[in-house]
Design a protein around this ligand. Structure first.
Ligand code: ZN
Ligand code: ZN
Length: 184
């Protein structure tokens, strides 16, 4: 349960004034909001200030305002296999009840601040849960060579390293020495 003063000018703060606390009254909004900062997990995230397209239904119920919606946001990050930069998109859905009164709300519930509610924490939670832990530039990305770190997509399927057994390595040395003797 969080109760803090919201800034009505903050982009993610929405007024529920139109609903008038009448159970059943409903409003649909589709704002495009700037992505909040630090919205990333590991190698991928939503760039700060990127356009987030929301489609939200605000519905007054007895205890508060039910917020149901979807958000679409661009992603940018790195491929976890080949480390190339990658861009993608994410769509998340969420539903959250903002309570009018702390008396009705439980420990982890959200509260309205007067007629205001803050969409940012519910968007943030939904995105963090949906972000891929190991983003890839393509499902078939072969990644990097574990021996030399070269990008396998560029090195080609024949890229490999000769593994020479230590005993053979010394024999090779003998052959080379012999050749040197002949030349010298
Ligand atoms: Zn890749
Ligand atoms: Zn290699």
């Amino acid at each position: 349960m969080t109760l803090h003063s919201l800034d009505p000018r903050a982009p993610w703060v929405i007024s529920t004034h139109d609903l008038g606390r009448r159970p059943g009254s409903m409003r649909r909004i589709s704002p495009v909001l700037p992505a909040p900062a630090d919205l990333a997990v590991g190698m991928i995230g939503v760039p700060k200030d990127a356009d987030v397209e929301l489609d939200i239904r605000l519905e007054a119920v007895m205890e508060g305002v039910l917020v149901t919606g979807t958000a679409q946001a661009p992603l940018s990050g790195e491929c976890s296999r080949c480390l190339d930069p990658l861009t993608s998109e994410i769509e998340v859905g969420f539903q959250e009840l903002f309570f009018y009164s702390a008396e009705d709300a439980g420990e982890d519930d959200l509260l309205l601040d007067g007629e205001l509610l803050d969409l940012e924490p519910i968007f943030r939670d939904a995105v963090v849960l949906a972000l891929p832990l190991s983003p890839v530039c393509g499902e078939d990305c072969p990644g990097l060579c574990t021996e030399c770190g070269v990008k396998l997509a560029e090195a080609g399927p024949d890229h490999r390293h000769e593994r020479i057994d230590a005993r053979w390595a010394s024999l090779q040395g003998l052959v080379v020495d012999k050749k040197d003797d002949q030349e010298g």
